[in-house]
Design a protein around this ligand. Structure first.
Ligand code: ADP
Length: 259
């Protein structure tokens, strides 16, 4: 059974479709990158799967059940969507991940606290547990959310552009951590603007622009035709068959192919 089944998913804002009839499955443990231009509906897709947004049509099921409040899903928002001045520590945020397991009115026990420490260790934040969340770097903030997802014992992790704004070492650290999560069979769906990283680090890629334009191995999905269908005149460089396909991100680049 797939961990996630999305069928005919359609989401509208004020009557405008942000997602139109999107259908796909995810298998347990796979890591998938969702790519597409700004406004393609990547965030909307992750939020609809997390149960934060209600679709006007279609269904999302996790192991055959609807996702609302399902604790095996962890949603990691874009960093800009978080108020980092909030007076909580890294430890507090990760402990919040245990609430689904605890119930609202039970205090965390020794085992929960030990589990939180272990999760902080896994992501390399044990030493920063007592910092206020705004004192972390961008990469550490992403790690904190991953620790919270681990504390939640999430089986499906949805991450909205976690790489945006991170420097190269932090990005590499995050990819190493995602690699380590493979041993835990955590299924990961992550949106990104970087097609090159999508090709390099993920089992499958999803090309989205309101509709699902492709989903599969990067070599099959990132064809010049499909990239043009998704991006029109916008840009990224994608290694393909030993050559590079360039698709412009700003207005005037057009398409160039360098073999
Ligand atoms: P992406 O993550 O790929 O940049 P989004 O899912 O954020 O795309 O947005 C998809 C479309 O839905 C865009 O046209 C965006 O302007 C619109 N949209 C997103 N959120 C809202 C909202 N809360 N209200 C109205 N329109 C929205």
């Amino acid at each position: 059974m797939p961990i996630l089944a999305v069928s005919g998913l359609t989401v509208r804002y004020n009557g405008h479709a942000a997602l139109d009839n999107v259908t796909f499955d995810l298998q347990v443990g796979e890591q998938v990158a969702v790519v597409g231009p700004n406004g393609a509906g990547k965030s909307t897709l992750l939020k609809a799967i997390a149960g934060v947004l209600k679709p006007v049509a279609g269904a999302v099921t996790v192991y055959g059940h609807s996702p609302g409040g399902h604790i095996c899903i962890a949603y990691v928002p874009q960093r800009t969507a978080v108020d980092w001045r909030f007076p909580v520590t890294v430890h507090d945020v990760v402990l919040m991940g245990r609430i689904g397991k605890l119930g609202l009115f039970r205090h965390p026990g020794k085992r929960d606290l030990a589990y939180v420490r272990e999760c902080l260790d896994v992501v390399g934040l044990a030493d920063l547990a007592n910092r206020q969340i705004g004192e972390l770097s961008g990469g550490q903030q992403q790690r904190m959310f991953i620790a919270r997802a681990l504390a939640q014992e999430a089986e499906l992790m949805l991450m909205d552009e976690p790489l945006t704004g991170l420097d190269v070492p932090s990005q590499e650290g995050l990819f190493q951590l995602l690699h380590d999560l493979r041993a835990r069979h955590v299924t990961i769906m992550l949106s990104t603007h970087d097609l090159d990283q999508a090709v390099q680090y993920f089992d499958r890629v999803m090309l989205l622009n309101r509709r699902l334009l492709g989903f599969g191995k990067a070599t099959e999905v990132f064809t010049p035709e499909q990239l043009m269908a998704a991006y029109g005149g916008h840009l990224h460089l994608v290694p393909l068959n030993g050559g590079l396909v360039a698709v412009g991100d700003t207005c005037c680049e057009g398409e160039h192919r360098h073999d």
